[in-house]
Design a protein around this ligand. Sequence first.
Ligand SMILES: Nc1ncnc2c1ncn2[C@@H]1O[C@H](COP(=O)(O)OP(=O)(O)O)[C@@H](O)[C@H]1O
Ligand SMILES: [Mg+2]
Length: 252
Amino acid sequence: PSRRLARAADNFGKGRDVSNFKPEGATEVRQAAQAFMAMRERIQRQITQRTDMLSGVSHDLRTPLTRMKLQLAMFKNVDGVDDLSADVSEMEHMLEGYLAFARGEGTEKPAPTDLGMLLEDVVGQVRRRGRPIDLHLEDRLSLPLRPNAFKRCVTNLVENAARYGQHVSVRAGHRGDAIEITVDDDGPGIPEDKRAEVFRPFFRLDDSRNPETGGVGLGLTIARDVVRSHGGEILLSESPTGGLRGRIRLPL
Ligand SMILES: Nc1ncnc2c1ncn2[C@@H]1O[C@H](COP(=O)(O)OP(=O)(O)O)[C@@H](O)[C@H]1O
Ligand SMILES: [Mg+2]
């Protein structure tokens, strides 16, 4: 029974389903199990609360923003209005990005997933948009994942790599008691002292908010959130070709 409790706690940390866990065994073990279940409830409630609050805030901000946009449209040809309109559009764009993320979070259940197939899917989609990408799968990789969330996470990394580099290579295999996915590119990379900051929401290194370079700065934030919700970690370093290496480690 205490081993089952340990396994349930471990699974919960990896974001896996522990709903069929039942307290059993000696009084002390049962008490610990009951405390574990209460803790699990509280953590789950907190996650829901956080998601609800953030999506509520994003949602409510949309109304005044739309109003501002309409009012700005009436001041055409006034100095500075174009800049203001661009700022309002950007804020809308940021809110949409956040809302899309908040909506998908929390509801998806983990399911046994063929990670190789998932990676082929993601890589295929980015390839179709015109970048050659190498994919190297070292073994058959299968583990419980929230497939849509995880797909989004890997897509964010691969899209970044394809945006900043010419050559992208994705590799996955077992490393000890974990599965590792690396995404390498040969772009400009990220200076070491910025590698923590790029995970912050809406943080972007590009000085120009060039719409061509895509996102609003939520890509890595979401990617890390998803990996952590599976009990894993995501690390940035320099790739062998001088660009960025993103490394996802998932405990088995
Ligand atoms: N592969 C990469 N090479 C160089 N810089 C990158 C790479 N991936 C991300 N970055 C930098 O990190 C910032 C944050 O990335 P991300 O969270 O995906 O946001 P977004 O793609 O929306 O800008 C990017 O704006 C960019 O400056
Ligand atoms: Mg991105």
